[in-house]
Design a protein around this ligand. Sequence first.
Ligand SMILES: [Zn+2]
Length: 206
Amino acid sequence: MKSPKIVLLGPPGAGKGTQGSLISGYFEIAHITTGNALRINRDLKTEYGTPRSYMDRGELVPDSIVNEIVEVEIKKVGGFVLDGYPRNKEQAEYLSTIAEIDKVIYLHVANEELIKRLSGRRVCPSCSENYHIEFRPPVRNGKCDSCGDKLIQRSDDEKDTILNRLRVFSEYTKPVLEYYNNREGFTKVEGRDNPEDVWESIRNIF
Ligand SMILES: [Zn+2]
């Protein structure tokens, strides 16, 4: 498939970033995340204001603006893999009016495993190096290998926040999954395995 248009869905911690990069590199297509699209277009003038006006106030950028900036990014490229969008059914419906999607890949990982992955993350506050207490532990317990600073846990990765993020995900994304479920090109991929095996399952879809 040449320059495919792909939607990659999955809960936080499912490995969307990793698989999105692999897909993007393999097909030589753009890896579009909502976060990146927002950063690039933060001063884009829309009838609802600029993304920056919301971000500066610490508010969630409304759907109508997110739709618009994703559209801007999509129109710049041929093929793409969308990561983190659509986040709800309204966005999915909007996407169907601006692009013909070839494949929708849902990376499924059980909550128990996601909690283990996310809650084990540690980061160095000085040099931003990432660690995981189980999968990528530092040589010296709790200390950064590069600079020796004491590792911390991001507030996003604390248990209560994780549970909340997962709850929000299932609440808003369930309707998205239902929306795509019976359409051609939808595939559920087991994301529990190691990244190489997940990538192989994804490649087999094409
Ligand atoms: Zn460090």
